[in-house]
Ligand binder design. Structure first.
Ligand SMILES: Cc1ncc(COP(=O)(O)O)c(C=O)c1O
Length: 386
């Protein structure tokens, strides 16, 4: 049967001619088809097929060992398979942790700005969001301390490295202080470390996963940005005590561990050295795209925006000088066939209207330059350039 409307397969709008700088997905040209083919051949080539069965609740033990070895190398710290829980990606893990650790009306702290879709998950759970300010080094820990005088959250959600949207990375000293606070004042830290392995310049501080022994940190990771989001595969790293509610939950008792088949493919990708090689390739290519976007913003938007260039991740976070509302700019940008995410989407309180987030992950370098040029033209259309 011929469908009456176009068949949608991916989240991204792929309208012809559109240069979508809103989209924070991996580049289609960097999706690892050949790696998945080789991993599948490797894994499906034997008669040992536990990945076709309901899986162990914590996640396949072989995969957790392989993942622990991979993370130990890349995090440069010992990671134990016992401390890993396999998730369906960070989004799924956040949702499950909200289900198990919170009830409607509970307070949670979020960064201002923060990942806008995490806000949506927290709102689904009817949580009371308290926004904590950040600066160009990420979360302002004194501000957390200040807020704690009036309210204690169940958890604080943070993206410590190459934050979405700001690109900021929390320095080691602030990481230490934050974890100390969480221990002394008894709240959990949900650390979304999804961009930690995507550092293109310099070296990131150790992940918050390095502080598990304090007993308050749950570190969330994902294969979405380093392999393929379609696998829906990630992990939660935490102390045995914090993992316990996950392992005992009804959803896993009924359905078994999450994504055993995707786990089996990722295990082969790691064991065959393909994941390491892919990560190297991604760092090289995304690093080039970051540079291309930086040059394009300097060339086309100089004097009209200010920003701190990121050193990893997927995003540039711009502040418009002299123009107040990026939602107005977005309407003009769409007419020029480009778009971005307006700053207010990343605010727990609807602020940040003078900000906008551009992504450099999805499009190749030349297209990024053309997109930024269109954006500059749109900006000229809505404000006098002086
Ligand atoms: C900060 C952050 N967390 C989580 C996600 C989604 O992760 P996953 O695909 O593992 O659910 C994204 C994707 O853009 C992200 O930027």
């Amino acid at each position: 049967m011929i469908p009456s409307s176009p068949i949608r397969t991916t989240q991204a709008d792929t309208s012809p001619g559109l240069i979508d700088l809103a989209i924070g997905h991996p580049s289609p040209s960097l999706l690892p088809l050949e790696i998945i083919r080789r991993a599948a051949e490797h894994r499906l080539g034997t008669d040992f097929t536990p990945y076709l069965q309901y899986g162990y609740e914590q996640g396949d033990g072989y995969f957790r060992h392989t993942l622990a070895e991979f993370l130990s190398r890349h995090y440069d710290m010992p990671v134990s398979a016992d401390r890993l829980f396999i998730s369906g990606g960070v989004s799924q893990a956040l949702d499950l942790l909200c289900t198990l650790y919170t009830k409607p009306g509970d307070t949670v702290f979020v960064e201002e700005p923060t990942y806008f879709l995490a806000l949506r998950i927290f709102r689904d759970h009817r949580l009371h969001l308290v926004s904590v300010p950040t600066d160009d080094q990420g979360l302002v820990v004194e501000a957390v301390e200040e807020k704690l005088k009036s309210v204690r959250p169940v958890f604080l959600y943070t993206i410590p490295t190459h934050q979405n949207p700001s690109g900021a990375t929390l320095p080691l000293e602030r990481r230490r202080r934050l974890v100390e606070l969480s221990r002394d004042r008894r709240f959990l830290i949900l650390a979304d470390e999804v961009y930690h392995l995507l550092t293109y310049e310099g070296q990131a501080p150790p992940p918050l996963a390095d502080f598990l022994s304090e007993g308050t940190v749950l570190s969330l990771g994902s294969f979405s940005k380093i392999l393929a989001p379609g696998l829906r595969l990630g992990w939660v790293q935490a102390s045995a005590r914090l993992l316990k509610p996950l392992l005992e939950c009804g959803m896993l008792d009924s359905g078994g561990g999450l994504n055993p088949f995707a786990s089996a493919l990722a295990r082969s990708a790691i064991e065959l050295g393909l994941q390491d090689a892919h990560l190297e390739e991604l760092r090289g290519e995304y690093g080039k795209r970051l540079e291309a976007m930086k040059s394009a913003v300097k060339k086309h938007l100089s004097g009209r925006v200010e920003f701190s260039p990121p050193r990893g991740g997927f995003f540039f976070w711009l502040r418009m000088l002299g123009a107040s509302d990026s939602a107005v700019l977005l309407a003009a940008a769409k007419r020029k066939k480009t778009c971005f995410v307006p700053g207010s989407a990343f605010s727990g309180t609807g602020q940040l209207k003078d900000r906008l987030r551009l992504s450099f992950s999805y499009h190749p370098a030349e297209t990024l330059e053309a997109g930024v040029k269109r954006l500059a033209e749109s900006l000229s259309g809505i404000q006098p350039t002086g």
